[in-house]
Design a protein around this ligand. Structure first.
Ligand code: CA
Length: 234
């Protein structure tokens, strides 16, 4: 089931989008502000983001980020999945701005929901070609199938283990603190013990067939965090 993040400040419009796409079999999440969108991208791991360009000011008159700024922030945060802009504007310059920011499509309001669905599906098909299968010699990691395949066994990953491994793979050779992992993989909910990270790293490491003493994939930096040191083939 593909996951879509919708960012739209008008509650009624957002509700309509969420309701329609949920009924069409997608897993959906909505955000009304830039801050919520960034938080949702980190915790929900959408397969595609649909961003309204025009966002009005946030609570307390805070200056709102527009869709372009949100896109830029998501990309800086390592979000590599397709982005579709939704807007009432149709000027050439706006479209260029969107595409320069790495937008995958641009849908002008008013649009029909089935049209938007067709655009979302086209983006997902194109993004399906993106690399989600990693080989490390005799170990294969398939993020879409939630599996780690060894010559003599197949290990299945839970949602969270998959998300954790995906984050490690995206941030190879970077030292990741427990706090950062909690925030980016778990969406940082207060009250979650740091121990949660260690437990999941332990399980993922086991499924990779890794050895903590002499790691091939995940290195522990005591008192600091973890680092993914494996290099995929090719
Ligand atoms: Ca709007």
């Amino acid at each position: 089931m593909a996951r879509i993040l919708f960012v739209e400040d008008e509650e009624a419009v957002l509700k309509r989008l969420l309701k329609y796409f949920e009924r069409e079999g997608f897993e959906v999440r909505g955000a009304q502000t830039g801050a919520d969108a960034i938080e949702a991208a980190a915790s929900f791991h959408p397969d595609v983001a649909v961003l309204d360009v025009m966002l009005h000011e946030g609570p307390g008159g805070m200056e709102a980020m527009d869709g372009y700024e949100i896109c830029r922030a998501l990309r800086e945060d390592g979000f590599e999945r397709p982005v579709i802009f939704l807007t009432a504007r149709s000027g050439e310059q706006d479209k260029l701005t969107g595409f320069e920011l790495g937008a995958d499509d641009y849908v002008t309001k008013p649009f029909s929901l089935p049209e938007l669905k067709a655009r979302v599906e086209a983006c997902l098909r194109r993004a399906g070609g993106a690399r989600r299968l990693f080989s490390f010699g005799d170990v294969q990691v398939d993020l879409d199938q939630y599996t780690i395949t060894h010559p003599d066994s197949v290990q299945r990953l839970s949602n969270r283990e998959r998300d954790l491994l995906e984050f490690f793979l995206k941030n190879r050779n970077r030292i990741l603190s427990r706090d950062e992992l909690l925030k980016r993989v778990w969406g940082y909910k207060a009250g979650i013990a740091t121990r949660t990270v260690d437990t999941h790293v332990l399980t993922v490491r086991k499924k990779l067939g890794d050895n903590a003493q002499n790691p091939r994939f995940i290195e522990t930096l005591h008192g600091v965090g973890y680092q993914f040191i494996g290099h995929p083939d090719g």
